[in-house]
Write a protein that binds this ligand. Structure first.
Ligand SMILES: *Cc1c(COP(=O)(O)O)cnc(C)c1O
Length: 371
């Protein structure tokens, strides 16, 4: 049998991002039992670290044992009951998945559409709420990784709150890259992912639920359709009242990795992390614009950590990205859906948001004739 040795890459796509050696080292520590008191203490510490990163006091804050998509599904299956109306904002790929989630939960999605590459239009959402006062939830993507657009989570969540709706917010790409202030903005059900701006290994989805969301889950009329993601059961595994009982086996070594990546993030400081992402975006932007490359998102709606840019004319998308990967070891992302073949998505997420990476990418662009 051949052993597998992955090549060394510079990860500048839509995730996963580069991982700090300390995180990989933590991951390789000896596995212990998931009910070992030492591991139970670690679970408590990870919960308190996550509360700091989400800037919340929410008791129900923990990492779901599966990737970001499972965090998404956790929010929908627990908060949407058959017959519920949910306002779903769509301005890219992930808003479409939210619609699919609502349908599979037996709910009725009310779609608010915006152009790909634009933020969610708050006024349209306000109108949809006026037209559907019986809707129970508002779902939207804070940072659309498919287009590089950042929406106003604060305004949208306040609007949901004012109309007695629960907000379901995708912060997979936003968390640690731009401010996500769960309590201050009144966000209710929030999910993220470890492999984007948190720069951890893929496969975990930090989530947090407000008391309002938690009580809705506890008072459901019907059983949650998914056994694995049923928070009424998972809560007893992640709770801290000493009665932790077996639900599933937590991915022990991945939790070591998450703990270490949260240590790194909190050592740097959340604000410093947001600033680094923004500074690296400015550096990249200067280099791209001097090469005549244009962004597709208006400046005030742009994500620093996901730069969606037009492919320069005359450049073959597949060949260019292939050469970047093969010759320079650099990964950037392709366009999705209507943007396939016309844009690139350059990620500056977590450890990938550094001067060395930005300069390496820009000099590779020059070498490959984009100067
Ligand atoms: C990556 C991503 C997801 C899905 O996360 P996975 O870990 O790939 O399941 C969901 N939403 C957004 C906005 C993302 O960028």
């Amino acid at each position: 049998m051949n052993r597998f040795y992955p090549p060394t890459r510079v990860l500048m796509g839509p995730g996963p991002s580069d991982i700090h050696p300390r995180v990989l080292q933590a991951m390789s520590m000896p596995t212990i039992g998931h009910l070992d008191p030492v591991f139970v203490d670690l679970m408590e510490e990870v919960k308190s670290q996550l509360k700091k990163v989400f800037v919340t006091d929410n008791k129900l804050t923990f990492p779901v044992s599966a990737p970001g998509s499972a965090g998404m599904e956790t929010c929908f299956v627990n908060l949407v009951e058959p017959g519920d109306k949910v306002i779903v904002c769509q301005n890219g790929v992930f808003g479409m998945r939210m619609e699919e989630n609502v349908i599979r939960c037996g709910g009725t999605p009310i779609i608010v559409k915006d152009d790909w590459g634009r933020a969610v239009d708050v006024q349209k959402v306000e109108q949809a709420m006026a037209n559907h006062p019986d809707a129970s939830c508002l779902a939207f993507v804070h940072a659309e990784t498919s287009t590089g657009a950042l929406s106003d989570a604060k305004k949208l969540c306040q609007l949901a709150d004012k109309n007695q709706m629960i907000s379901i917010v995708d912060t997979v790409t936003s968390l640690a890259g731009v401010p996500v202030l769960v309590d201050e903005w009144g966000m209710d059900a929030v999910y993220s992912g470890t492999q984007k701006c948190m720069s951890c290994v893929p496969g975990l989805s930090p989530v947090t639920f407000s008391d309002k969301a938690t009580s809705k889950i506890k008072n459901r009329k019907s059983k949650v359709q998914s056994w694995f993601l049923d928070l009424n059961l998972v809560m007893n595994y992640w709770n801290s009242d000493g009665k932790r009982s077996y639900h599933h086996t937590a991915p022990v070594n991945s939790i070591y990795a998450l703990h270490e990546s949260l240590c790194l993030l909190l050592e740097e400081g959340l604000e410093a992390s947001w600033k680094r992402h923004s500074d690296m975006h400015q550096l990249l932007k200067t280099g791209l614009e001097s090469r005549g490359i244009e962004f597709i998102v208006p400046e005030n709606e742009r994500l620093p950590q996901l730069n969606a840019v037009k492919i320069p004319s005359g450049v073959d998308d597949g060949k260019f990205r292939g050469e970047l990967l093969q010759r320079y070891g650099i990964e950037i992302g392709a366009g999705l859906g209507p943007f396939a073949g016309t844009i690139w998505r350059i990620g500056l997420m977590g450890q990938s948001a550094g001067i060395k990476n930005v300069n390496t990418l820009l000099s590779a662009f020059t070498d490959l004739g984009v100067k």
